[in-house]
Design a protein around this ligand. Sequence first.
Ligand SMILES: Nc1ncnc2c1ncn2[C@@H]1O[C@H](COP(=O)(O)OP(=O)(O)OP(=O)(O)O)[C@@H](O)[C@H]1O
Length: 285
Amino acid sequence: MENAIEIKNLSKSYEDFCLNNIILNIPKGSIVGLIGENGAGKSTLISSLLGIIKSSYEELKIFGMDFKTDEIQIKKDIAVIFDTTHYDDEFTPKFIGQILSKVYSNWDQATYLKYIHQFNLPMKKKIKKFSRGMKMKLEFAIAFSHDAKLLILDEATSGLDPIIRDEILSIIREYTEDENHTVLMSSHITSDLDKISDYIAYIHEGELLFMKPYDELREEYGVLHVGKELLDSLNREDIIGYTKGAYSYTILVKNRLAIQSVFKDLEIMRPTVEEIMLFYAKGGC
Ligand SMILES: Nc1ncnc2c1ncn2[C@@H]1O[C@H](COP(=O)(O)OP(=O)(O)OP(=O)(O)O)[C@@H](O)[C@H]1O
């Protein structure tokens, strides 16, 4: 499978934080949900692979090109959306369209106007009078109008209402129908990632815990509610973490199917991204 991004041993150290030897391949045409608690290193990873901050790495390839030698060429095909807009408050969508048509050689004004219309954005209103949702929609309209092959979202949908988020998720899905388009998306709204991700990459305290296909995660892991006796009879290695309730334990296990074959009557549910994250972070065993 061809990769849009290939990262080998990328590290970045701050005084009291270290992003540690990240090895990550992001397949072309996929949507990768990047998860991790606050301060885990998601933005540091994103900024590192965009060259916004300086990091060390053995290899960083985007679209098969070496980031060290082809950064300018690579960046033409990347659109990045953060949680705020970076355009001047005095600008209007109309003016931004005029500027960007000169910045991007592959700017498509007709597509830009199509999204501005679809998102109900006023062409002649200054951004300072936009709501947060309108600002983010404008960012998406821009991202989709210069035919970017890689869309990187860093908490871009946080603070948006469920209706706008749903609309944006549909647009992202539509965008990846073209197999040349890839999305890397960090979000704390894990239910969005449940809806859209092909893969989940989990960063915990600066380490990449795993990057796995979403379907495989749901197949491999399970959540069960059991008493102490059953908890004790499970293989310790299968327990990722648990919480203790008033009368029972809630446990995240791996090897779901193997456990189910032993405990045939036990109800083992497929976990959500949020449950996987919570139990990994908290542990408990
Ligand atoms: N410029 C900086 N100088 C020093 N430390 C920094 C700097 N930028 C980030 N850090 C530290 O790096 C760590 C990772 O931060 P980062 O923003 O990458 O986390 P994150 O996973 O994106 O978190 P969040 O979900 O809260 O946005 C944190 O401990 C943060 O304090």
